[in-house]
Design a protein around this ligand. Structure first.
Ligand SMILES: Nc1nc2c(ncn2[C@@H]2O[C@H](COP(=O)(O)OP(=O)(O)OP(=O)(O)O)[C@@H](O)[C@H]2O)c(=O)[nH]1
Ligand SMILES: [Mg+2]
Length: 225
């Protein structure tokens, strides 16, 4: 029986669309960030806190992915920035075609910073390039410090680790130093910020990281002649 290498084909088609998206982002100087974590690690909360802290004039937009519900888009729309929900209907990750489709009626020239909140899942989203400038992985202190070792792919591919819910550290047996060491065993140059969205700690480091990445993307922008 002849085997059909379907997975490879699907992924290479995804890579083709992702490369086109990346080129578009670069032409327009749009910084695109892909936020990935287990369900409930605090992706939407981090985005809420981020949008709350931005000027009303900031040229920011959000695509947020979930299997079902518009809940996250409803939470994020309150801040007045363009926001769309991508409901996958069962698929456990976003793919480049979903991003392309949902961006079709947005003008990238009016967006400096595009956040993509992926479907809550620490495994599948790591295999799908969305054309982003950087993947960001979130790990909350209730999940266990061994997760970078158990799910190395996403920690290897992410530029930044956001350790979330650090306000809960006094109540959970989570060794934050070991978590950071584990992340750096997988990805030695990984940048790390410790954040609490409820207490607000670490938000200035996170915002500074964003600003530095945004300036970098703007400097790299190459408008089409
Ligand atoms: N104590 C504490 N709770 C938090 C913090 N950030 C988020 N939470 C809570 O964690 C829960 C999940 O947060 P969400 O922001 O919805 O997580 P998510 O990663 O977007 O979840 P999915 O989109 O379903 O994958 C909510 O009840 C939040 O209030 C934090 O910094 N500290
Ligand atoms: Mg969410």
């Amino acid at each position: 029986m002849k085997r059909v290498p379907l997975e490879k084909k699907v992924l290479s088609e995804n890579d083709r669309i992702a490369a086109e998206l990346r080129e578009c982002f670069r032409e327009h100087g749009t910084l695109c960030l892909n936020l990935i974590s287990s369900p409930g690690s605090g992706k939407t909360s981090l985005l809420e806190k981020t949008l709350e802290g931005l000027s009303r004039n900031a040229r920011v937009a959000v695509l947020t992915g979930d299997i079902q519900t518009e809940n996250d888009a409803a939470r994020l729309r309150r801040f007045g920035f363009p926001t769309k929900q991508i409901t996958t209907g069962g698929t456990c990750h976003l793919d480049a075609r979903m991003i392309e489709r949902h961006l079709a009626d947005w003008r990238l020239e009016a967006i400096d910073l595009l956040f993509i909140e992926n479907v809550g899942n620490l495994v599948c989203p790591s295999s799908y390039d969305l054309g982003e400038d950087a993947k960001i992985v979130l790990l909350s202190v209730t999940e266990g410090e061994d997760k970078p070792l158990k799910y190395p792919s996403i920690f290897f591919k992410s530029e930044l680790l956001v350790l979330t819910k650090v306000d809960l550290l006094p109540y959970v047996p989570f060794d934050i130093t070991a978590a950071e060491e584990n992340a750096r065993r997988v990805h030695p140059s990984m940048q790390i910020v410790r954040v609490s969205c409820t207490a607000g700690s670490g938000m200035s480091e996170w915002m500074a990281w964003l600003e530095q990445r945004r300036r970098h993307a703007a400097a790299k922008a190459q408008p089409v002649a």
